[in-house]
Design a protein around this ligand. Structure first.
Ligand code: URA
Length: 491
């Protein structure tokens, strides 16, 4: 006789486990169970009699007789597979459970058809989870006029599987300081600063958009590198089915179509040769020993003039010009990067290239005005290696950072910021002489000296170099959290 078991089937392992335990203890074979979803009642033959999950299941024996020992690996596997949208998932899990009684090492047999299928499903759940963490885009829902409170955000996402409850704690950790709702056709989740709620009810797509759509588009355009374009890989990482809910996706066809023209243009812009006046400096530095330390400058303006003539190390020989710090002479916050990049070297201003754009976006998301910050670098000249027509960034060595510290120390003395932010390991080393692993110190504030706090985060160009878009988005979100923290620390 066939037993019919109705489950809600929204990714809740305990629901299936309870039914499976009863069947197993009653000795019912996999072929004798018809697993159904409680929403399936409008099948070919109309509604079956029992549609309530858990009704009419074999009774559960009491005490020791109710216990079943299964390997922890099975629980982990089942916990993922139960979220899959394949209607055969419950039968598959029960087959595995039943077979485990006599085949204790079944899960090690990766060639077994049931085991292989379960692993494929588990993998697909992992992929869906990562895509959701990367592609959920929150939009702000304005508070009603006259109502005060935390900012509220709403996001719409279309997962392939029943993963909302599984992913919700990730969003709780990541977006802890705002109220949000994530709506999906497979249920929803919400967070109000106190309680994380999940629901199995399918939601309708809301019609909302806000100015963060534009920020996502700007960010995407700035990290798009035509030289690294691999269309096939890109489509695997950001499959088309997600595009309709990603504000930046509308740029993709145009960016791909224009990639070749942009490459040619980049090649033209990336001049290799230092500008002529540097031949003079090059000769001077080849002639004599290191120039003596300049006189102590009393103002930022004078310091900038002196730094413009700096020959304290060899990097100046090839760089176009000194890129000195910029910003108000009494800024409360000083940002310290590593060294100017290619575009900064040509323009003579810090953080105006790709890394600068990532930084600017994080600032504007955090509500910080770049014009109120003093922005500078640990090293004031661009160190690079010529490669054909390109100039490839080279990290300054410890000696070069130590020599250039002379300028940074004076900038700090004159500006007197309350908060100094080290972006990346070079800035941290220049400011503290410490070579900590960045991961160990980032996102924390510490004492720089008796008058100042130091806050450490990653360098924005690190984010641009992460090849995996999911990880890149995660790291970008962490960087933005760090930048948000700066605003809070400086008040
Ligand atoms: N990277 C830096 O560290 N500083 C800049 O100014 C630009 C890129």
């Amino acid at each position: 006789m066939t037993e019919t078991c109705f489950l809600e089937g929204r990714g809740d392992l305990s629901e299936w486990r309870d039914a499976a335990r009863r069947f197993l203890l009653a000795g019912i074979e996999p072929k004798d169970i018809d697993w159904r979803l409680s929403g399936d009642e409008q099948g070919l033959f109309g509604a079956p009699e029992a549609t309530t999950p858990g009704v009419d299941l074999p009774p559960l024996p009491q005490g020791k007789d109710a216990q079943i020992a299964v390997p922890p690996a099975f629980i982990r596997l089942a916990d993922a597979v139960v979220c899959h949208s394949d209607p055969g998932r419950f039968a598959l899990l029960y087959r595995l459970l039943f077979r485990l009684k006599s085949e204790r090492h079944l899960l090690d047999v990766r060639t077994d058809a049931d085991v292989a299928l379960a692993h494929r499903m588990q993998k697909s759940i992992g992929r869906d989870y990562h895509k959701m963490t990367a592609f959920v885009r929150f939009k702000e829902v304005p508070l009603p006029v006259g109502v005060a409170g935390r900012r509220r955000f709403l996001a719409w996402f279309e997962p392939d599987h029943f993963i909302v409850a599984r992913v919700a704690p990730f969003f709780q950790r990541r977006f802890n300081d705002m109220d949000w709702i994530i709506a999906t056709p497979r249920g929803g989740a919400s967070w109000d600063g106190q309680t994380l709620l999940t629901s199995n009810k399918p939601a309708q797509k809301p019609e909302i958009s806000d100015e963060t759509d534009e920020l996502w588009r700007t960010y995407y355009a700035s990290i798009f590198n035509p030289a690294r374009l691999k269309v096939k890989m890109m489509m695997t990482e950001m499959p088309k089915k997600y595009w309709k809910n990603l504000p930046e996706a509308e740029l993709i066809p145009g960016l791909i179509a224009g990639a070749e023209a942009r490459l040619i243009e980049m090649g033209r812009r990336q001049a290799t040769e230092p500008l002529p006046f540097h031949h003079r400096l090059q000769k001077a530095s080849a002639r004599g020993p290191e120039a003596p330390a300049p006189a102590e400058a009393g103002t930022l303006h004078a310091l900038r003039q002196e730094a413009g003539r700096c020959t304290r190390c060899d990097i100046h020989c090839r760089a176009t010009q000194t890129v000195f710090g910029e910003g108000p002479a009494d800024a409360r916050i000083m940002i310290v990067g590593e060294q100017p990049g290619d575009q900064e070297d040509l323009a003579g201003r810090p953080f105006i290239g790709p890394a600068g754009r990532v930084f600017d976006e994080a600032l504007s998301l955090a509500g910080l005005d770049r014009r109120a910050l003093y922005i500078t670098n640990a090293v004031k000249h661009f160190k690079y290696e010529p490669r054909g027509k390109r100039r490839l960034h080279q990290r300054p060595n410890a000696g070069e950072v130590e020599r250039c510290r002379w300028w940074l120390t004076r900038e700090i003395d004159l500006v007197k910021p309350k908060l100094v932010v080290a972006m990346g390991a070079t800035a941290l080393f220049s400011l503290t002489d410490r070579k900590d692993r960045l991961e160990d110190v980032r996102g924390r504030s510490m004492v720089l000296d008796e008058a100042r706090t130091l806050f450490v985060t990653v360098h924005p160009s690190y984010l641009l170099r992460i090849p995996d878009p999911v990880r890149r988005d995660e790291e970008l979100a962490r960087f933005r959290e760090d930048i948000g923290e700066i605003g809070r620390l400086a008040v």
